[in-house]
Design a protein. Structure first.
Lengths: 342, 429
């Protein structure tokens, strides 16, 4: 165990540095140096994942609660494994579906959980801003594991991590994000993180799936918009396909799934175009996929696909995030710097 | 009740005068040298306005007495300078019968601080389907003349048409909460624009209001009836109302203090205190609303005072209750934004906060000029007072106060209801 610990031991400098960040609520919270630090640590964590004994003692004695108001097997398991491999006690709590006016308020629910003595709350909620609000009510560290249509900062970090491992620096790389932008928290976080890493982003969707005010937004934040995937695809370094939720299909956002696929799906033909124009191009998808709708099976399983690597990176990145928020925190001195024991 | 002598107040900008109220009626205006036995209210340096009238309050009783009661809401109104308020119908049960309306009237009288005039529902249970007993509410002791499903839009064009036609028989008016539910559904909670896109909040587009207002002014023309537009929030609505008035259509409109002063960027931190329906809008809309109030396109300021229990606001933003307090701060906001901003003089404030709303609501005992023979309802304003709003000071039972911590210029000094001082310097008299 001690040898494993040295791999992720904070540098003496890091161990003495005061904690800079209490919560991770938005990708905008992270400066470029902070992103770099999280991704670098994630790389170390990723190495640990390949060992037979994966567990590090770093967060021993800390309690992490995954408070999920919305079902998400993937993100919840990812945070759960991340916490456990850092030796934190991880507890999963499903929040009841929130309701207006009747029933328990979000604040009461969260205070109840926090009162049990929690070091970090990992929150998934169907409402935008929920993690932000919760952070104002509790003393625990809050990690936003997806809030409504707003943000999903650890997803953006793991996406960046995965892309960098394949492509190297993202500076000047062209990333196309395609699909239901309006309802996607993934795209909002990715715009920020990819932007800070110097990537050039183009969002592609039919107008009905683009968020309100995206024109002004794209101008002030410097990304591009397109309704034409075929125009954008040749020459991109990364194409990230977003899931189209089944419930949107009857919402009048587009006529039929068939028409959507023809216009915006990563079909077999488009896979060929992508690879022909740039043999190094890669494919991402935050999952879960609708094979045959936004992404053809051939594309999902292609050599260019990073989809499973994203999942694997997710654990490492979340370990890194928990580590950066919790380890070296000064409020519980007895628990500090355990990673440095070796 | 002893007579009340108000000395030396500037009568809505027309110059300093003394004013004597006897038996609830103004009996003398000018330089009054003898008023033996009268209580004296020193009005030196103050502006006197006819008592303020609020076309749009939610007093929550019956049904949500934990958030507000008619008594607590009346107290907040008196402190805010109001002598009459219209109480919206979206209580539990809904004010959709004569009996329910009379109960609100009676509770208001029992509180005795302001005249509480019930608004009747347009449709049974606010369901938007069948007309409520509009005529019986009109014939009741409450003499209801304003009808509104506020909180809900009367979105069915045929129902709206019938309501407008029906109330014409007795000079009633329908106050419309303009929100096309197909364009701005129940989840819609943020002005649809760049910020709502960034925040991932369901958008409430301006067109959802404007398209209903456009339809309703045409229905008012078609039915030769009167329509009132509640809480106008967009520049586009202002254009439609301006056009309709130019055509001679009988449309009136109100704007809230918060839509005159607060902008949508306040929701960036997801604080549900700033969640209101219709939502706070961008600066361009705010500027258009101010100009429209100044030029008379918008007739009145109405608070949409909407108290909520703390726990109903402590949900995620999209799940939290809509609405904010307004009664106690309305005059200060209008003073700060419109008077200090050079857009209205005090005669103008009297027009938009007393005369016009009283006229729209058909309240004959309110909104009258400060002259002999008028009811002794007045509001004394310290135009130069610097106030910083403190939510804890409120007489409302609720604390959803978006003005907390804000400095404002101008404050209510005292409120007089038919010769009786009801409130002074932020407290009940």
């Amino acid at each position: 165990m001690t040898t494993a610990t040295t791999a992720v031991a904070p540098t003496p400098e890091a161990a003495t540095r005061p904690r800079r960040r209490r919560h991770l609520l938005s990708s905008a919270d992270l400066s470029l140096p902070e992103i770099r630090e999280i991704l670098d640590t994630a790389a170390e964590m990723h190495e640990v994942q390949r060992r037979d004994v994966k567990k590090l003692p770093t967060l021993r004695g800390r309690t992490v609660v995954n408070l999920f108001f919305e079902d998400s097997t993937r993100t919840r398991s990812s945070f759960e494994i991340a916490g456990k491999w850092l030796s934190a006690d991880v507890i999963n709590v499903s929040g009841k579906g929130s309701s207006t006016s009747k029933g328990e308020s979000l604040r009461d629910t969260v205070l109840t959980v926090a009162a049990m003595g929690v070091d970090a709350l990992v929150i998934r909620h169907g409402a935008s801003g929920a993690a932000h609000q919760v952070s104002q009510w509790v003393d625990a560290h809050v990690v936003n594991a997806g809030d409504g249509m707003h943000e999903h900062p650890t997803q953006a970090l793991l996406d960046a991590y995965t892309m960098e491992r394949r492509l190297g620096s993202l500076e000047g790389r062209h990333v196309a994000i395609v699909g239901d932008l309006t309802h996607s928290r993934v795209v909002r976080s990715n715009l920020i993180t990819l932007g800070r890493l110097g990537a050039r982003v183009t969002l592609v969707a039919p107008p009905t799936l683009m968020p309100a005010g995206i024109g002004a937004w794209s101008q002030s934040d410097g990304f591009a918009l397109s309704h034409d995937l075929d125009e954008v695809l040749p020459g991109v370094d990364v194409v990230m396909m977003l899931r189209v939720q089944r419930e949107r299909m009857s919402g009048g956002f587009f006529p039929t799934p068939r028409e959507y696929t023809v216009g915006y799906g990563l079909t077999r033909d488009r896979l060929r175009t992508l690879v022909a124009a740039n043999p190094e191009a890669v494919i991402c998808h935050p999952g879960p996929m609708n094979r045959g709708l936004e992404i053809a099976a051939d594309a999902a399983d292609a050599a260019q696909s990073l989809i499973l690597e994203q999942v694997s990176a997710g654990v490492a990145v979340r370990m890194s995030v928990l580590y950066h928020l919790l380890a070296g925190s000064d409020e519980r001195p007895g628990h500090d710097h355990e990673g440095g024991e070796s | 009740m002893p007579a009340l002598l108000v000395t030396g107040a500037d009568l809505a900008g027309a110059g300093a005068q003394d004013l004597l109220v006897e038996d609830g009626v103004i009996t003398e205006v000018g330089r009054i040298t003898s008023a033996r036995g009268a209580d004296v209210l020193d009005g030196e340096g103050l502006v006197a306005l006819p008592g303020l009238v609020d076309l749009h309050t939610h007093l929550r009783e019956p049904g949500r007495e934990d958030a507000e009661t008619i008594a607590s809401g009346s107290a907040a109104a008196a402190v805010g300078g109001f002598t009459a308020v219209l109480a919206m119908a979206n209580t539990t049960p809904v004010t959709d019968t004569a009996e329910a309306a009379e109960r609100v009237l009676d509770l208001g009288r029992a509180a005795g601080l302001v005249d509480v005039q019930p608004v009747g529902a347009v449709t049974k249970g606010l369901a938007g389907e069948e007309l409520a007993e509009l005529g019986l509410m009109r014939r009741s002791r409450a003499a209801v003349s304003v009808f509104s499903d506020d909180g809900h839009c009367v979105h069915d064009a045929r129902v709206m048409r019938r309501a407008l036609e029906y109330v014409r028989a007795f000079g009633g008016v329908v106050s419309q909460h303009a929100q096309d539910p197909r364009l701005a559904g129940r989840q819609a909670c943020a002005h649809e624009g760049e910020l709502s896109g960034r925040l991932g909040l369901p958008g409430w587009p301006a067109v959802a209001e404007e398209s209903i207002v456009a339809r309703d002014v045409m229905l008012a023309r078609h039915t030769n009836s009167r329509v009132h537009i509640a809480h106008v929030s967009t520049a586009g609505t202002v254009e439609v109302v301006r056009w309709a008035k130019a055509q001679g259509i009988a449309v009136t409109a109100e704007v809230t203090p918060h839509h005159l002063a607060l902008t949508t960027d306040l929701i960036a931190g997801y604080d549900p205190t700033f969640k209101v329906n219709p939502p706070l809008r961008p600066r361009e809309d705010v500027d258009a609303l101010r100009a429209a109030l100044a030029d008379g396109t918008i007739d009145a300021v109405a608070t949409d005072h909407a108290p909520h229990a703390r726990h109903d606001k402590e949900h995620a933003f999209v799940d939290a209750a809509f609405g904010m307090l307004g009664l106690e701060t309305a005059l200060s906001v209008v003073s700060d934004v419109m008077v200090r901003g050079g857009l209205l003089d005090w005669a103008g404030v009297a027009r938009v906060m007393s005369e016009a709303p009283a006229r729209i609501a058909g309240l004959r005992g309110h909104g009258r000029p400060l002259a002999v023979g008028s009811p002794g309802n007045l509001t004394l304003v310290d135009a130069s007072a610097q106030v910083t709003v403190n939510a804890a000071d409120s007489l409302s039972l609720s604390r959803n106060n978006p003005w907390h911590g804000r400095p404002l210029t101008g404050a209510v000094h005292a409120t007089v209801l038919r010769g009786r001082v009801t409130a002074q310097k932020g407290a009940l008299a």
